[in-house]
Design a protein around this ligand. Structure first.
Ligand code: GLN
Length: 202
């Protein structure tokens, strides 16, 4: 791989631009992936936040699931934030009945888990793999991780308050996922961590 890998952002739906901007700030080449033939050029792929039911429907219509699953199976690193986390989960609770996922992450996630009263909130979390400074995490109608398989590494949990202990960031091999949206804050450490995964440094 060249020293500046290309990391695509799946552009079916969601906050594509913000991820491209964060990846660009971190110093890699990045761009929206709108057609299947662009997947081959990707050294890594981000699945953004948005609405996973819509993403799933659009992916089904245009035949994205098989190419994405085989890309993941060959070990191309993937990172999903929020709706993207749902798209990478093996099992989704409170999904629409026809909702499919790419899978690859041996977790059970619950959609819209934090409830209507707290649709959106921001909280500092500890995420040691990105450093000792707390990470300011933005949650928007976020899923949480309800359980993880034995090969899944928990990277962050909510540390205080009513939701203390809730898992909000995980990694399994080449697949990374967060319930929150690091692309919406200026702190690029999660994107840098993903780039390090793509470059085989972590
Ligand atoms: N609730 C959304 C879903 O189910 C995710 C929200 C988000 O990505 N901000 O897809």
């Amino acid at each position: 791989m060249s020293s500046a890998p290309f990391i695509g952002v799946l552009a079916l739906q969601g906050d594509v631009r913000e991820h491209v901007a964060a990846l660009t700030r971190v110093g890699v080449r990045s761009g929206a992936v709108r057609s299947l033939d662009q997947l081959d050029a990707c050294d890594g792929l981000v699945i953004p936040g948005g609405e996973s039911t819509t993403m799933s429907r659009l992916a089904l219509i245009d035949g994205w699931f098989e190419p994405l699953r085989s890309m993941r199976a060959t070990g191309v690193p993937m990172y999903g934030s929020c709706a993207g986390m749902i798209m990478l989960a093996d099992q989704v609770l409170d999904a629409r009945p026809d909702q499919e996922t790419v899978g690859g992450l041996d977790v059970v996630v619950r959609r819209n888990a934090f409830g209507r009263q707290v649709d959106s909130f921001e909280i500092d979390i500890e995420m040691p793999v990105v450093g000792s400074e707390p990470f300011h995490a933005v949650f928007i109608r976020a899923p949480w991780v309800e359980s993880v398989g034995q090969d899944v590494q928990v990277l962050a949990e909510i540390s205080s308050g009513a939701r203390a202990g809730t898992i909000v960031a995980v990694r399994q091999g080449s697949v990374l996922a967060t319930s929150f949206h690091p692309e919406l804050t200026p702190d690029d450490r999660v994107h840098r961590y993903f780039v390090d995964m793509v470059q085989g440094r972590v």
